[in-house]
Design a protein around this ligand. Structure first.
Ligand code: NAP
Ligand code: HSE
Length: 309
């Protein structure tokens, strides 16, 4: 197997966990360069010795075998992704905000230049939801998607159902590295809406943006002890919605707790398929990025929103 030289943008919760996986193997990967916002910052995971620290723009135009973006945000990453894809460099990211805003353009550019675009970690953390939806979409028979796609709010709502306050539950989710850098994305339902738009785009072969999702978050929600409320994301080919809902404790959605994500995929004349597991955190999310890199190492060149043809 050929050695893959990668450039990494971001050394936070997910980026530093990916760095540890790359160093540990077994894939033949070499971390060629790295970018962060503030190279001089004191950090719990120090930047690795012997790896060039450059700007994100330098990473994007370095002509590497892949660029991995684990920084977050929308407009700056759009520039990095355009630069890399335009040069034919495979682009791997966990950035759902970028894909639910500019995914159509980036997928088209990737197809034009024959560059791979992969984003398993953008939905479901470590759970291969996008791959499963892609697989089931091959027959064109997905009728509905329904799930719990945001770990921070599941963590908060399950803790609040056991008596914790909203503020304490949010602080715990932030300290553990589950929440977005701007946690309003989690509690206002935007993170779940971005993930739903990405899944729906893959399910029905027509790109949807976050702005097409009707959205209600959990800000200020009160949960009485014993009540089971989850931030439920639901899509058909025509409608996309995210809202907090009371669910049966014994149901698949009601059984989620902590950082669980769960997706139900209803296939016409095929029944309901379920996939779930840990939806956030450095190690599990980096595992999904690593799995994308494994596909590149083995010579695959998948393009997100590229269809099944
Ligand atoms: P994080 O801990 O806040 O780390 C972000 C990293 O990116 C930091 O190293 C930061 O640099 C760097 N960065 C941010 N903006 C930058 C810029 N403009 N230029 C250069 N570097 C920049 O974030 P995270 O939790 O790892 O999340 C990263 C991405 O993964 C996000 O898109 C997020 O939505 C996604 N994601 C996260 C999880 C999770 O569980 N955390 C799960 C799935 C997907 P400094 O270190 O200098 O600040
Ligand atoms: N903030 C996100 C969540 C991280 O809580 O689900 C995983 O995408």
């Amino acid at each position: 197997m050929a050695r893959l030289r990668i450039g990494l943008i971001g050394w936070g919760t997910v980026g530093s966990a990916l760095g540890r996986l790359v160093a540990a193997g077994p894939l033949p990967l070499e971390l060629a360069c790295l970018a962060v916002r503030d190279p001089a910052a004191t950090r719990s995971s120090p930047l690795p010795d012997g790896v060039a620290v450059v700007t994100p723009e330098d990473v994007a135009r370095a002509g590497l075998d892949a660029v991995v973006e684990l920084a977050g945000g929308t407009e700056e990453p759009l520039g990095w992704a355009r630069t890399a894809l335009d040069a034919g460099t495979p682009y791997v990211t966990a950035n759902k905000a970028l894909l639910a805003t500019h995914g159509e353009e980036l997928s088209a550019l990737a197809r034009q230049r024959g560059a791979a675009l992969l984003a398993s970690a953008s939905v479901g953390g470590g759970v291969p939801m996008l791959e499963t939806v892609h697989h089931l979409a091959a027959t064109g028979a997905i009728g509905r998607l329904r799930g719990v796609l945001n770990a921070t709010t599941t963590y908060m709502l399950s803790a609040m159902g056991e008596g914790m306050t909203y503020g304490d539950a949010l602080r715990e989710a932030q300290t553990a590295g589950y929440a977005e850098a701007d946690a309003s994305l989690d509690v206002d339902g935007r993170d779940a809406a971005q993930k739903l738009a990405i899944l729906a785009s893959e399910a029905w072969g027509q790109w949807r943006s976050e702005s097409q999702v009707e959205r209600h978050g959990i800000r200020g929600l009160e949960v009485t002890e014993g009540q089971v409320i989850r931030l439920v994301a639901e899509a058909t080919e025509q409608t996309l919605a995210v809202a907090p809902k009371e669910v049966e404790r014994g149901s698949a959605l009601g059984a989620t707790s902590g950082i669980d994500n769960l997706l139900e995929i209803e296939v016409r004349a095929g029944g309901i398929f379920r996939i779930g597991g840990p939806g956030a955190g450095g190690r599990v999310t980096a595992g999904a990025v690593y799995a994308d890199l494994a596909r590149l190492v083995s010579g695959e060149r998948p393009i997100l929103f590229g269809g099944n043809a």
